[in-house]
Design a binder for this molecule. Structure first.
Ligand code: IMP
Length: 198
């Protein structure tokens, strides 16, 4: 393992998030790839943008300025085909306002229920290195919520690889087999190990 001034934290990365569900998903998937992660709560200003990649990049740059540590930030969104990609980058606001029932109402009687979760994981460190890793999970919106695991839109999203279940009916381990976040984090971990020369 590399050490010294450039890599004082070894294969430890700080995940800037206030969402314990995201952190628990990340902890498991990163551990599988030999990377340790610590949760770091930093107040960052989340910009409004049509691209979740840009939102995550700005948050990561702001966070590094605050804490001077190698870190990752993640931004995610649910893109529903019949709604032209809504709520997309506004997923958090839409979840807090109209919630699952509001989304289901918008899709009432709509046959095309195809949807996509997208995750952008951005790595940034004090040297100015900035990398973005994207993960996607394709699936469909269920007719009604099922399951109590996870968070956000999990109870209404059925991934195409396991359409009999929503993410809300899965353990973290199972969700990580199909999730947008796990896919983006896996790409990050593979790159990070290489970056550290591990
Ligand atoms: P954030 O801005 O990355 O926190 O995510 C925006 C919103 O998308 C969250 O508030 C959740 O409602 C939703 N979301 C993001 N990722 C997931 C997920 O893995 N499962 C369910 N909902 C998610």
């Amino acid at each position: 393992m590399q050490s010294g001034r450039k890599f004082p934290y070894g294969k430890l990365i700080f995940f800037v998030t206030g969402n314990i569900h995201k952190f628990n998903e990340a902890r498991r998937i990163l551990a599988e790839h030999g990377v340790s992660v610590a949760m770091l709560k930093v107040k960052t200003v989340e910009i409004q943008d049509n691209e979740i990649e840009n939102i995550a990049k700005m948050s990561a740059l702001n966070a590094v300025r605050e804490v001077n540590l190698p870190l990752i930030v993640e931004d995610a969104g649910l893109f529903i085909e019949a709604l032209n990609g809504f709520p997309g980058p506004f997923s958090s606001y839409v979840y807090r306002t109209i919630g699952l029932s509001g989304i289901l109402k918008l899709l009432d009687g709509v046959e095309n229920r195809r949807a996509q979760f997208k995750s952008a994981v951005v790595f940034c460190d004090p040297s100015g290195e900035l990398r973005c890793f994207v993960g996607i999970s394709n699936g469909r919106i269920a007719e009604k919520p099922r399951g109590t695991s996870g968070f956000g839109f999990d109870p209404i999203f059925e991934p195409e690889e396991q359409p009999a279940k929503t993410f809300g009916e899965m353990s973290i381990e199972e969700k990580n087999l199909f999730s947008h976040r796990a896919r983006a984090l896996k790409k990050f971990a593979e790159w990070y190990r290489n970056f550290l020369g591990a």
